[in-house]
Structure formats: C-alpha cells, structure tokens
Design a protein around this ligand. Sequence first.
Ligand SMILES: [Zn+2]
Length: 387
Amino acid sequence: MATTYTDLIADIRRQIRTVSLEEIKHRLEQKAPMVLVDVREKDEWRAGYIPGAVHVPRGFLEIQIESKVPDKSAPVVLYCAGGVRSALAAKSLLELGYTNVESATLGFVRWKDLGYPMELPPQLTEAQRDRYSRHLLLPEVGEVGQQKLLNGRVLLLGAGGLGSPAALYLAAAGVGTLGLVDGDVVDASNLQRQILHATSRVGMAKVDSAEKALTDLNPDVKIIKFEERVTSENIDRIFEGFDVIVDGCDNFPTRYLVNDASVFKKKPVVHGSIFRFEGQVTTFVPFVGPCYRCLYPEPPPPHLAPSCQEAGVLGILPGIIGVLQATEAVKILLGKGDLLTGRLLTYDSLRMKFRELKLRRDKSCPACGESPTITSYIDYEGFCNIG
Ligand SMILES: [Zn+2]
C-alpha cells in the first residue's frame, strides 16, 4: 500500500532532529554558532524572516545549499512556515552529507505570533537607494539597517526646541513614521531655536507647521499628528504603536507620566532637557537601566519645585541636545552601538564641555523596582506646564 502524506512526514520526523523556537531564540540571544536557513518561498521571505537567516527556498535547496553553506559539519537549523517543509529539507540535507542538521518544530508563523524578533528584507526603491546612499555605504546601516529605519516609528513629545532638530534629522535619516505631540501654535519667539517652524507659519499649529517642514524634507516619512498635551487620559492612545519615545517636554507632570507609561509598556525613552547654556541627555530603557523614578521617586512638593518663570536659553543649545536624542533613537532602531542607558551626558556650551554621570537602577523604585507601588497613572497638577 502506498505511504500516505501523514505517514511520510511522521517517518521523516523520526529520522531528523528537531529544535524548538524557544531554543532557536535562546541561541540567537547567546550568539551561538548556527546557520539558520529559511526554506520558504520568496513572497513569504519578503514579509519577514528570523534575524540572521539565509534564504534558500525548498525548491532550490539541493542546487543552492552547497554554495550558501559549504561546511557540511556546520550546525544548520532549518525553518519554514509551519515545520513540514523544513523537515523535508532536513532529510535532504542529511542525504547530501550534512551532519549537524535540525528542523524547527514549528515555523515562522508561530515565531511571529510569539512576538519574537524578525527582520524584513530590504525593499528599497531606486530613489531610496539614491537618497540614503551614504547610509548604505556604512556596514553598520546598509540596506537592512535602512529598511529598519524606514519601518521605525518614533514618537516626539514636543515639536519645539528639542523636537525640531530631532524630527528634522530623523526624517532626513528616513525614519518612516514620526509621531508629533504638541498642542501649541507657532509664536515668533519660538523661531530663535525651533527650526522646524518658519516666519511664514507663525500662528499655525506646531504639528501642522512641522508636518510641512518634514514632508518637504523627505516624502518617505509619514507624520502622525497629536495636537494635544499628554495626559493620563490620552497617553496610552498616543504611545500605541511607537518603538521609541523622544521626550523633549520639560515639565514635571509630563516627565512622570511619560516615565510610568514607558515602564508599563516597556518602551525606551530618550530624555533631553535644556536650561540656559546647559543641557543633558540620557536614555531610559525600562528594566535594563534606571527609570526616572529610580533617580527621583516622587516630584518635589510644589513649593520646592523649580520656578515656573520661563527661563532663557541659548538658541543653538536645543539643536545640540535634540540631535543627540535623535542619534540615540536611530541607534535603538538599528540595534547598534552603546546607548546612554545608565549614563547622563551633560553639556555646558559656555565651557564647551561634555561630562558623563553614572545613573543606577534602584531595586526599591516605585515604578520599575522589585515590588512596584505605582501601577496606574498619576496626574501631578500644581506644577508649571511650560514645555
Ligand atoms: Zn525605576
């Protein structure tokens, strides 16, 4: 009697070694030696794959594998969408003399459902190749990195002093989606430093003025506008879907709200602030480094809070700090370099000095500590709300 499909697969599964998706993820994190081979079809690959995988469609396996994986003793892990094609492929590789072959028990469909990391193959147009050519020349960015930036979603809190340079450089770099949160309109006194805006746009909503500048700079960028102030009511809605938060709102209620939301949602926040001739930047990555409440568990009582008088600021200063924030955001999207996690970088423009302070995580932090006491948003009113 002819073998049925079910019998055939069961028989093959007995002859090959299998490996769980959890184990594959663990090996990737440990950077364990492994040649990950994706045997799905081209259109499946184009919709995303496991980071670092080599693409050899099942139909081309026997033809291409020796050029893609010349070492027959290399540890090879095969995967497909559900685990069947990779099992068939594993058997073929054993027959071809590969000695260390495993097939993923389940495939990419489950991998994606589990929310495990995935990459998209570069799908850059000719115009994009031209626009981002200086990025493509950097091995640390390249086509894969540029595609990550184009798929990246950065939320900018404030389209003012810090948000202006950050948004302009993020848009220029090709970060595909920028969220802008600002409830103000452009005032002539903003133009000394808020370079997103222009004299011709005084009186216009800042988010509209910013959208005009950014889409003019790079039409690849999608702008999502939030013409409002962040509150405990809207923060969940505003944060939804963004990978990185760039915080340029320098007031206490927002700072604590943003911190708590970033901890609840495990989203990194690149924090910047400026005062007169000095600025500072740090990157809060929840549960990796300290959060804002590790440093300052509660806001100061209102009578001790800094004066609500508008302070003077050197017009160029937010340019420097905002560009540092944009650099951190780009590194987060690319997954490259060392972030300012647990480090506060300070800049003194008069003395032209950068300094670095260590920031430590607090085990008893009310937000990210071992037994957190803050589990919902708190609106700290009574402080000044000038951004
Ligand atoms: Zn904390």
